[in-house]
Design a binder for this molecule. Structure first.
Ligand code: HXC
Length: 297
């Protein structure tokens, strides 16, 4: 799909994207690269990193991959420093690395809960912590006037409650809280904008294949009036908006990119029926003698 943004909206910027070798992270890497940024991707699997980097380079994008696990503080530090050493600056950090599996709360061990918290919530903070030095205004490779920006990828699971996702919902809630708190502190002190994106179900991603295996897809859609799948492109465009100057006044926001799904409720009455029913209820209450209780109408 063609981008509505100019091809140079992030020209000259350097972006480090955790989980940038696959799924939504790879699409963000690709779109940032196509719009002028140099890309460093961090991931645990060398093969995935290598093929992502070659794909980016084949598009003419300057790209490099660094193996690392966001759960390991030393990996986070090394990858942030390597990105700076490789490109001479760091402007955009995207925290996309995440872990997930479907499990009922009673079958989830505390270590399973902790594993997802460690990847999503602690990993996001650790990357932000290590990147601060390079993102703050006046930091290495930066002018004294402009800070960089951070994008944290979360979800909508924790807005209400989600079946078999207690660990992930808790982790994504922590990510959104981190986004807002860092936006406050680092926006004020260092001119760093910190925002988030909460994707809904996105086609062709590990999240979709883990959370909505094809066996249950069509059934669950019946209960979700606003259910549609988004594309990875939709998330990458939201990321471009937030990371580019188009979003220069946006700080501490989490953009929900889910087609409205989280608002979805089953329709309890067809639209035509509501018109008739509502009129007749009104008429009944207008015509009712004064003093008759509503329950008797
Ligand atoms: C119950 C499970 C489990 C499962 C793992 N565990 N899988 N428990 N059901 N299906 C438990 C293990 O038993 C163990 O606890 C603990 O979790 C750690 O498991 P490990 O396999 O040792 O962990 P690790 O090898 O580090 O793998 C982490 C992982 C894995 C999260 C479990 O799935 C992973 O690496 N995923 C990364 C890729 C990924 O998931 N991407 C999808 C992101 S989708 P015990 O007690 O036995 O030691 C996404 C979408 C968000 O984020 C929502 C969108 C709507």
């Amino acid at each position: 799909m063609e981008s509505p943004f100019k091809a140079d909206v992030v020209k000259g910027k350097v972006a480090l994207i955790t989980g940038g070798g696959s799924g939504i992270g790879f699409e963000i890497s690709t779109q940032f690269g196509k719009h002028g940024a140099s890309i460093a991707i961090m991931g645990r699997r060398k093969q995935v990193l290598d093929s992502a980097v070659s794909a980016l380079r084949s598009l003419g994008i300057q790209a490099v991959g660094f193996e690392g696990d966001v759960r390991k503080h030393e990996d986070a530090k090394r990858v942030v420093e390597s990105t700076f050493q490789h490109f001479g600056r760091l402007d955009i950090l995207v925290n996309g690395a995440a872990g997930n599996f479907l499990v009922s709360a009673e079958d989830l061990s505390p270590n399973g809960f902790r594993t997802v918290m460690d990847i999503d919530a602690v990993g996001t903070f650790t990357m932000c912590y290590e990147a601060l030095k390079y993102l703050k205004k006046g930091g290495p490779g930066r002018s004294s006037s402009g800070g960089g920006t951070i994008l944290n990828i979360s979800a909508t699971l924790h807005y209400t409650a989600s079946w078999y996702q207690v660990h992930v919902a808790a982790a994504k809630a922590a990510i959104d809280a981190t986004t807002r708190n860092l936006a406050l502190e680092w926006g004020a002190d260092y001119d760093i904008r910190v925002n988030g994106i909460a994707p809904g179900p996105i086609d062709d991603t590990p999240g979709m294949s883990k959370l909505a295996p094809s066996e249950i897809n069509s059934k669950s859609r019946d209960y979700m009036p606003l259910y549609k799948l988004g594309d990875k492109w939709d998330i990458a465009m939201a990321a471009l908006y937030l990371a580019s100057d188009a979003g220069k006044f946006i700080n501490g926001t989490v953009i929900i990119a889910d087609g409205g799904l989280w608002l979805s409720r089953p329709r309890h009455l067809p639209k035509d029926a509501v018109k008739q029913l509502s009129r007749s209820v009104e008429k009944r209450s207008r015509d009712a003698p004064v003093g008759v209780p509503r329950s008797k109408l």
